[in-house]
Design a protein around this ligand. Sequence first.
Ligand code: LLP
Length: 425
Amino acid sequence: PAATTEPRPGELAVAGVPLAEIADRFGTPVYVLAEDEVRERCRMYRSVFPDAEVLYAAKAFLCRAMIHWVGEEGLGLDVCSAGELELAVTTGFPADRIVLHGNAKSPQDLATALRLGVGRVVIDSPSEIARLAAAVGPGGHQKVMVRVVPGVSAGGHEKIRTGTEDQKFGLSISDGYAQHAIARILDQPQLELTGLHCHLGSQITSDKPYLAAVRRMVGLMSRLYGQHGLVLPELDLGGGHGIAYRPGEPSLDLTRLARKLRTELHAACTAAGLPVPRLIIEPGRAVVGPAGVALYRVLAVKRGGERVFVAVDGGMSDNPRPALYGVRYAPRLVGRSGSATSARVTVVGRHCEAGDVLAADAELPDDVRPGDLLAVPVAGAYHLSMASGYNLVGRPPVAAVRDGHARLLVRRESLDDIRSRDVGL
Ligand code: LLP
């Protein structure tokens, strides 16, 4: 992950820039993003899925530089708010390569999508059909897809499983809601249904659920062909490709997934007498997660009961993932090699609750002390995009590294930023 190198013992570097130097220059906590790694991951997706349309899921991490990188590498974008959409388009990203998601799109989301000319809107509820059709207006035209619940359970944690019936996203096939919604879309002349969409969940490390989803989706396509003579040119299987957060953890084998998907899709379509639709995929985590490193300064070390607590200057406001999903990370000491003997410690944040844990069972040199720097690898996805304003500590900055140079992409949120939104008394 994040191609860390160790030019001298303990001197961790990313893209040739020592992390200690980044901490000195930008302060801590700080997020470091390896530009080349993001770009390489985009290219890898395009070469592994040469016939598919690859959309980067903006929710994993978004800033203007990221929008440039994924655009230059030939990916499209999956957005789920007017905010993500507007940032992308005002940064120069072509609107027709953007897909708008969301189970509860606001009037502003839909209006922004139509004003900017978004490529497709993914319909997630029956009421959205009439709202969108009215917003498009008679004589207008908008491409849409329908988000379907394939009834497949997958994903690294219950909270991020979206392929089963008992959750808020999509329209069920087994209850007939998806079929009903599709019939209503076909009645709207201004809406053009280009395909079906499903997203099974996130942090999936097996290809089996994807193959099951293909069978379910092609099954539905076949019924739609029978009922309406409908041939859909696109099939969007969402994202969810799992990555390793700690050494030795499994990740999804994308080459294998691509090969198996192709075979399964061809077999299912041939059996159903349907042409093979163009595949769309929406990876977020696997594009940016491994390219990011979070860098913290240790502020306190103490014993408490059986544990040693190592407290740093960030926490659940910049990375809520351990608190939300019980995710484990493997932090590393930066800037010095540290003692040869290691200790199991609990790395905690600075926020005022006991659940503010960053790494539950971290292995660090047993002489870790205040003033040390800790790096948390695989921090590029769903950290800053889920950052909060808890305790008014201010969101950390993002620095990009490339070829031995670092540059600031997003500056630290200052007290002035926070104060400027506080307009009443
Ligand atoms: N497409 C749709 C419609 C999605 O809802 C998502 C993620 C993706 C694509 C991208 O999934 P990815 O490839 O990144 O797994 N906050 C959680 C993850 C939530 C994912 C939400 N949807 C976490 O930190 O693990």
